[in-house]
Design a protein around this ligand. Structure first.
Ligand SMILES: CC(C)(COP(=O)(O)OP(=O)(O)OC[C@H]1O[C@@H](n2cnc3c(N)ncnc32)[C@H](O)[C@@H]1OP(=O)(O)O)[C@@H](O)C(=O)NCCC(=O)NCCS
Length: 267
C-alpha cells in the first residue's frame, strides 16, 4: 500500500486523511421564513485505504452492516458513502461549534427499511448520499429542510438502458438544457439523475411508478439546470453538469438554493 493509501487509524484525523482532496460545498437555502445551510461533500477515494480505515471512522452499526457485504465492491461503496456523509455532517457541526471534536465512530449512518439513510448521533440532521464508481457525494441538512442527492457518471454504454426509462418529452427538454455538442448519454443521464434525486428526497428511491418522478420543466439556473416535477409539484431539482458527471439535488420547491457546484470539474 502506498503512503497515500495509508491512514494513521486515528479517529480524530482519519476523515482529513481520507478526504484531503475533497470539495466541501456550503449551500444556502432561503425561504421567506428561514435560511438553512446544508453542506455537500464530494470526492474520490482509494478503496484499500477505506477498508483499512473503517474501524476508525465507522461505528458498531456500520461495522455490522459492512460485514453483510460479500463483494468488495459493495463494501467499498458503502464505506465511501459513509465517508462522504460524515464529512458533510462534520462540516455542518463544525460550523455550528468550531471547537467541538468530531468522532466519526459516534455519528453513524444507518438505513431505514426503504434504504433511506438515517443519521444517529447528530440530532436534527439528515443526509442523502450517492456512490458512483470511485466518487461519492453526500449532502447533510437540517431535518426541516429535507434534500435528495444523486450523482451519476455520463457513460455512453448507458444510452440504451436509460432510453427506456426517460420519457420522450423529458428527453426533449433535457436535450435542450444540455450543453451543445454533448454526447447522447448526457441528456438522458441528466433527466435520470434529477428523477433519482427526487426519489431519494421522497424516500421511495426508484421503487415507484416512473410517472411519480416525471419532470415537467427544465431550464437554466445560475449554476446548472433547474427542474420542475410534473406530479411532485412541491419540489424542485437542481443539477450541475460536466461532460463526464452529473450531480442533482432535489429540494422543497419554496426555497431558493444558492450553491456553487463547479466542483464537478475536479472529479
Ligand atoms: C435509491 C436507489 C435508486 C439508489 O440506487 P443507486 O443508484 O444504486 O445508488 P446511489 O449510489 O445513487 O444511492 C445509494 C444510496 O441511496 C440511498 N437510498 C437508498 N434507498 C433510498 C430511499 N428509498 N430513499 C432515499 N435514499 C435512499 C442510500 O443512502 C444508498 O446508499 P447506502 O445504501 O450506502 O446508504 C435504489 O436504492 C432504489 O430505489 N432501490 C429500489 C429498487 C429499485 O426500484 N431499483 C431500480 C433500479 S433501476
Amino acid at each position: 500500500m502506498s503512503p497515500s493509501h495509508a491512514t494513521t487509524g486515528d479517529p480524530a484525523s482519519v476523515l482529513d486523511e481520507l478526504t484531503g482532496t475533497w470539495r466541501i460545498i456550503h449551500v444556502v437555502a432561503r425561504s421567506q421564513a428561514a435560511t438553512w445551510r446544508p453542506v455537500l461533500a464530494m470526492g474520490p477515494t482509494s478503496p484499500p485505504s477505506l477498508e483499512v480505515a473503517a474501524p476508525a471512522f465507522c461505528g458498531p452499526r456500520e461495522i455490522a452492516r459492512l460485514r453483510t457485504f460479500t463483494m468488495a465492491r459493495g463494501r467499498q461503496a458503502f464505506l465511501h458513502g459513509r465517508l462522504a456523509a460524515k464529512t458533510a455532517i462534520r462540516a455542518m457541526l463544525g460550523r455550528l461549534d468550531p471547537a467541538a471534536r468530531f468522532d466519526p465512530r459516534r455519528v453513524e449512518v444507518d438505513n431505514d427499511l426503504l434504504g433511506r439513510p438515517i443519521v444517529h448521533g447528530a440530532p436534527g440532521l439528515g443526509v442523502s448520499l450517492s456512490h458512483c464508481q470511485g466518487i461519492a457525494a453526500a449532502v447533510a441538512f437540517p431535518l426541516d429542510l429535507p434534500l435528495g442527492l444523486d450523482l451519476e457518471r455520463v457513460r455512453p454504454q448507458n444510452v440504451l438502458a436509460l432510453s427506456d426509462r426517460i420519457a420522450p418529452e423529458e428527453l426533449a427538454m433535457a436535450r435542450f438544457a444540455a450543453p451543445p455538442g454533448a454526447h447522447a448519454a448526457l441528456p438522458l443521464t441528466l433527466a435520470w439523475c434529477l428523477k433519482e434525486a427526487l426519489g431519494k428526497l421522497l424516500g421511495c428511491g426508484l421503487a415507484t411508478a416512473p410517472e411519480v418522478l416525471a419532470i415537467a420543466s427544465l431550464g437554466p439556473a445560475p449554476n446548472g439546470v433547474a427542474a420542475g416535477y410534473a406530479h411532485a409539484v412541491g419540489y424542485q431539482g437542481l443539477a450541475t453538469v460536466s461532460a463526464s458527471m452529473i450531480l442533482a439535488l432535489a429540494a422543497p420547491g419554496d426555497v431558493t438554493l444558492e450553491l456553487d457546484l463547479g466542483a464537478l470539474t475536479m472529479v
